[in-house]
Design a binder for this molecule. Structure first.
Ligand SMILES: Nc1ncnc2c1ncn2[C@@H]1O[C@H](COP(=O)(O)OP(=O)(O)OP(=O)(O)O)[C@@H](O)[C@H]1O
Ligand SMILES: [Mg+2]
Length: 244
């Protein structure tokens, strides 16, 4: 018979193994994108390492959202490749690849129905029914009060919609996260909560890219920082007081 302490120990080990994912790696190679003759991305290379929060800044209109949408498989580059853990994402069925990469837009669009319906949509499309208790836990983890679960998602404030979008993505357990100014519509306390969540997700193995101008968030996210400038990524943090 296996001693009781050994059973407890092996359970603990397997729980840790389940909770902690292998670090992911989302990689862009030589991305190029032009709109109306204007070159926004001019051969962008980017490696988003797992267990790391990478931040991205740069002046308005330089193409940060464009880059995020390409990395999130919502828009195609004119040229270039995307790889997740070394697998070329063009060779994967689009919806299977999309599940692995979460994109949280700055002003996320809510699906019709309640917050609960919204959080359940992703798993439902994959044939899973998310238990209400799990959905509630995800909503709380995203920084929303559980009472919002039954509220019409369209009626929420911008900051609440942002956190519903985070909860929706949590439900899919993505390996990579792309977030477009996630703290811009939040007060400092709730912004800190989102920043803390991103650090936790990175500690669990996720590769994370955050577009942000938020100096306070930048201070708390000590990973690599890039500026998008003239179609190229330049590594290095802005001087303090110039977080754009
Ligand atoms: N679908 C599109 N069709 C044509 N032009 C587009 C399209 N999407 C973006 N653009 C243009 O590309 C440029 C970059 O837009 P983008 O939203 O990527 O900038 P950004 O760096 O995210 O700016 P901000 O900091 O203001 O959010 C803008 O001039 C925009 O008008
Ligand atoms: Mg933008």
């Amino acid at each position: 018979m296996v001693p009781r302490f050994a059973l407890a120990f092996s359970h603990q080990v397997s729980y840790q193994a389940l909770r902690r994912r292998m670090p992911a790696l989302l990689e862009a190679r030589r991305l190029r994108k032009t709109y109306g003759g204007r070159v926004l991305l001019d051969g962008v290379d980017l490696r988003l390492a797992g267990e790391t929060v990478t931040t991205l800044g740069g002046p308005s209109g330089t193409g940060k959202t464009t880059l995020l949408r390409i990395l999130g498989l919502l828009s195609d580059p004119d040229e270039g490749q995307l790889l997740l853990d070394g697998v070329n994402l063009h060779s994967v069925i689009p919806h299977a690849a999309r599940r692995r990469i979460a994109l949280v837009a700055q002003a996320p669009v809510m699906f019709p129905g309640t917050v609960l319906d919204n959080v359940r949509t992703g798993p439902r499309l994959a044939g899973e029914e998310l238990p209400e208790a799990t959905a509630r836990a995800l909503v709380v983890r995203a920084g929303l009060p559980p009472e919002l679960l039954r509220q019409d998602a369209q009626s929420l404030s911008g900051g609440e919609k942002l956190r519903v979008a985070v909860a929706r993505s949590l439900a899919l357990r993505p390996e990579a996260w792309l977030l477009d100014e996630p703290t811009a519509a939040l007060d400092a306390e709730r912004a800190d909560l989102i920043v803390r969540l991103l650090r936790e997700l990175a500690a669990e193995g996720a590769a994370i890219l955050v577009v942000t101008h938020d100096a306070r968030a930048l201070e708390q996210l000590e990973g690599p920082h890039f500026q998008l400038s003239s179609g190229r990524l330049v590594e290095g943090r802005p001087l303090s007081g110039d977080a754009s």
